[in-house]
Design a protein around this ligand. Sequence first.
Ligand SMILES: Nc1ncnc2c1ncn2[C@@H]1O[C@H](COP(=O)(O)OP(=O)(O)O)[C@@H](O)[C@H]1O
Ligand SMILES: [Mg+2]
Length: 304
Amino acid sequence: MNAIEITGLCKQFTGKRMTKVDALKGLDLTIAAGEIFGFLGPNGAGKSTTIKLVMGLLRPTSGTAKIMGMDVGQAESRRNVGYLPENPAFYDYLSAEEYVAFVGSQFRMEKALLARRSEEVLTRLDLWEARKRPMRGYSKGMVQRVGLAQALIHDPDVYILDEPMSGLDPIGRALVKEIILDLKKRGKCVFFSTHITDDVEKVCDRVGIIANGVLKSVHAVDELLQHGIEGYYVQVANCPDDLICEYAKQGNNSMPVDQIFVSRQQYQECMEKLFAVGSSVVFIEPKRKNLEAFFLDVVANNKL
Ligand SMILES: Nc1ncnc2c1ncn2[C@@H]1O[C@H](COP(=O)(O)OP(=O)(O)O)[C@@H](O)[C@H]1O
Ligand SMILES: [Mg+2]
């Protein structure tokens, strides 16, 4: 069964002086169970709108969304979902421990299980020491981590996270990526939004790029990185100068002389020439167009 199914989802907001904003224009998207999906887009693209629609917090203008086959209009569809809202803000007179326990009780977790899970998630998110302090004294990063703790507490199968890495320092970001990868190992589905390509490159199976309320592309991350190979850096030994010059001229001249750059098209021919003159190849490294360059192509230049 698919974890999330979105069909023809549209949302129009009525802004000030009755101006209309089409925040989401007919989104079709299916996320498989066990999949890690990155929803990538610039600010204002429609990511949070999509997530709020899927969480049943906004009503669509048209279209439908289902979680585990259940229409999101039914509260029951959210029973098996962990949700992190964007910019989470909690009752700040509560402590992390109290808040996480409150969320667990809403999912009718049994007391002993709740106590055990609470210790697990608060420790994992590095909140154990601070667990009894009121959240009003927490830093932004700590509040964000409480947001993740409460999404994890009932160990659901589907996670819908709106910018889970936002407001975190590098250690916090690495921790969140680790947690997402752990969830993947355990067969869970994670659908998360971000505007940072690096977050997606490291953890996602697939990435969808949204801009101006329109899904511009959906790709497997592996495939994207594979297609993004522009050429190869090749380190050679015992290579005649004229052959090095032939390729170095076409590549980056500032490279050391025993390293050449060959484009994808030149690669085969170059290898044959090197073989013919008895040179040996020491090292080959692909030069990739990274996800950021792809993202900029799609969003800024509106290619594809
Ligand atoms: N409640 C609202 N009323 C009017 N416009 C809104 C509302 N919420 C979002 N928008 C508009 O919808 C668009 C998409 O916003 P959002 O989904 O929050 O983007 P993202 O999360 O990708 O940054 C933006 O143009 C935003 O200004
Ligand atoms: Mg947002």
